[in-house]
Design a protein around this ligand. Structure first.
Ligand SMILES: [Zn+2]
Length: 183
């Protein structure tokens, strides 16, 4: 077994090895976040070398539970989380800046962890995400109250990235409709 794993720049397995389709945990770094693990993710595992290629679930459907989990985080959000929100909202930095009455430069500083946004600002971001991205969450009102309560009472000024674990199984539906229906 001296053969090297040969993956191209896209990370796909591009040689003649056979792969096996397995379901396993996958650290979902493709989302731009480093704290999201998908359980039951379909992964093509090479039978001859160490190459693994994920078959990602419907990324436009799975962004909703991830966004909800981020909104519920008890510590301050980091830049990666803010970027995930902005991209999930399908907004440019300019649009996101306008939404928050700030500048694109400031948005960039937040997303790159050069400046931490104020707690008040972060609360505004979380409420916008609930409003615009999670409008179909059935417990919306209580979620909003929960976030406001969490962020106004004894709120930790430090970012603490909590692990998020999402079962990918329902997000492999052909159209994603089944997955989206609950959001
Ligand atoms: Zn291989």
């Amino acid at each position: 077994m001296s053969q090297k794993a040969t993956t191209n720049s896209e990370g796909t397995h591009n040689h003649a090895h056979r792969t096996r389709r397995v379901r396993r945990d996958w650290l979902y770094k493709e989302s731009g976040l480093l704290n999201v693990t998908l359980t039951n993710c379909i992964v093509l595992q090479c039978v001859s070398c160490s190459a693994v290629t994920p078959v990602l679930p419907d990324i436009h459907a799975i962004k909703f539970p991830i966004a909800e989990a981020l909104v519920r985080q008890s510590g301050r959000l980091n830049g990666a989380a803010l970027r995930f929100f902005r991209k999930s909202l399908e907004m440019t930095s300019d649009e996101f800046a306008t939404l928050l009455s700030t500048t694109r430069v400031e948005v960039s500083r937040w997303e790159n962890d050069r400046v931490r946004m104020s707690g008040r600002r972060e609360l505004q971001v979380r409420l916008e995400v609930i409003e615009k991205l999670l409008p179909r969450v059935s417990h919306l009102a209580s979620l909003r109250e929960e976030i406001v309560a969490n962020m106004t009472r004894d709120y930790s000024p430090t970012a603490s990235v909590e692990p998020i674990v999402i079962d990918a199984t329902p997000f492999y539906a052909v159209t994603g409709k089944a997955a989206i229906a609950t959001y």
